[in-house]
Design a protein around this ligand. Structure first.
Ligand SMILES: NC(=O)c1ccc[n+]([C@@H]2O[C@H](COP(=O)([O-])OP(=O)(O)OC[C@H]3O[C@@H](n4cnc5c(N)ncnc54)[C@H](OP(=O)(O)O)[C@@H]3O)[C@@H](O)[C@H]2O)c1
Length: 346
């Protein structure tokens, strides 16, 4: 059986987020297959997962509510094992999420949901289970997390992470002695709220940040440079609509165009793309282990371009030029609150 050949991304493209969990620093995000980003052809989507893994992008970000994402992962893992032997499965990391409705969290409910994800993904153990909670006033999230810790001890989960937890509640979870390896939050040139306090708290507690929204659904790319402000009709994916709202809150289309112009100048200097600079900026921030870039599997692909992120570094002058534009924007921490507050009532 032929071994799977991975293309050589530089060693710096990978990071150990736990002693036994190494991930690619650009992760493949699967919200884009959920159905809210256009129709995804299932067979072609699964087949295209081989392209990502063979190119060295071995880490996937999924969730229970991303439509067929966990099922795609299950089919992909089966095909991978059939073609290259079951050892090839060790080359791929599948990080999923559990996003329950608030309410009482008995052990059997937590276990049922973990087992469902394992079954869908065809995985003995979940590499990283990231937990989301909608309402901090409902304190049952601590019960849920304690059950997840037990399931980790029993081998159903390898590591436990959070998503969209703010600094205060991340700290509270850590104070309960719950071992958290990561927190997944929105982090981009537009949304720099993690820098206010979360990144520092993560660094001091060995919690890795996983960033999403870094390309604002594709708005941060050459495609939107010099373009008039898109109307709601022009924004064809849930992601574009979500981040266009964020751009509006941040400072509006005209300032956004100034940012794209600046990014283009920096990109030209390094012979990379606007999106590369945006991803690189977040990757270079403290506590950030990885950036999750959405993948519309079977529809569009940016594999070769995104590999260039690992071939350059931003310098002091680049940071200065970016700051000159970003410094003119509104303070999202003040307007929205800490990371994840956009999902919760204040
Ligand atoms: N925890 C949470 O609450 C949460 C929330 C949102 C997202 N996420 C995670 O983060 C992932 C990323 O999603 P996102 O919504 O934040 O989207 P994003 O990564 O900001 O944008 C993804 C889109 O950017 C475009 N793109 C990718 N690489 C590009 C490149 N090199 N040049 C130009 N365009 C490029 C693609 O558009 P085209 O397909 O049109 O080419 C792609 O669909 C999700 O899949 C999910 O895993 C998590």
């Amino acid at each position: 059986m032929p071994k799977i050949q991975l293309m050589n991304l530089p060693a710096s493209s990978y990071i150990q987020i736990a002693p036994d969990l190494k991930i690619c620093r650009v992760l493949n995000g699967m919200w884009q297959v959920s159905g809210t980003h256009g129709r995804i052809p299932a067979a072609r989507a699964v087949e295209s997962m081989f392209d990502y893994v063979e190119a060295g992008f071995t880490t996937w970000d999924l969730a229970d509510h991303y439509g067929p994402a966990e099922d795609f992962m299950g089919t992909f893992r089966q095909k991978l094992a059939d073609r290259h032997g079951s050892n090839a499965l060790d080359q791929v990391q599948a990080l999923t999420k559990w996003v329950p409705q608030p309410g009482s969290m008995p052990r059997n409910l937590v276990k049922q949901n973990v087992d469902k994800a394992r079954q869908r993904m065809g995985a003995e153990a979940i590499d990283l289970m990231q937990f989301h909670w909608w309402n901090y006033r409902d304190r049952h999230y601590i019960d849920a997390l304690k059950h997840l810790v037990d399931l980790k001890t029993e081998g159903a989960i390898r590591h436990l992470g959070l998503t969209n937890f703010d600094t205060r509640h991340l700290t509270l979870v850590l104070d309960h002695g719950i071992p958290i390896v990561s927190n997944q939050v929105q982090f981009s040139l537009i949304d720099r709220r993690p820098l206010v306090q979360l990144a520092q708290r993560c660094q001091s507690h060995d919690v890795h940040l996983l960033a999403y929204g870094t390309l604002c659904g594709g708005l941060i790319s050459e495609s939107y440079l010099g373009q008039p402000e898109p109307s709601a009709w022009d924004l064809t994916t849930a992601s574009l609509r979500k981040y266009k709202n964020m751009v509006d809150t941040w400072g509006g289309w005209s300032l956004f165009q100034d940012l794209l112009k600046q990014l283009k100048a920096i990109a030209t200097k390094h012979q990379v793309s606007v999106s590369n600079v945006a991803v690189r900026y977040v990757l270079e921030q403290p506590a950030v282990a990885g950036v999750i870039v959405g993948t519309r599997l079977g529809v569009s692909q940016h594999i070769d371009e995104n590999a260039r992120v690992f071939g350059f570094e931003l310098d002091a002058e680049d940071y200065e030029h970016l700051e000159a534009v970003i410094g003119r924007s509104h303070d999202l921490f003040e307007r929205i609150g800490d990371c994840g507050d956009e999902y919760r009532q204040r």
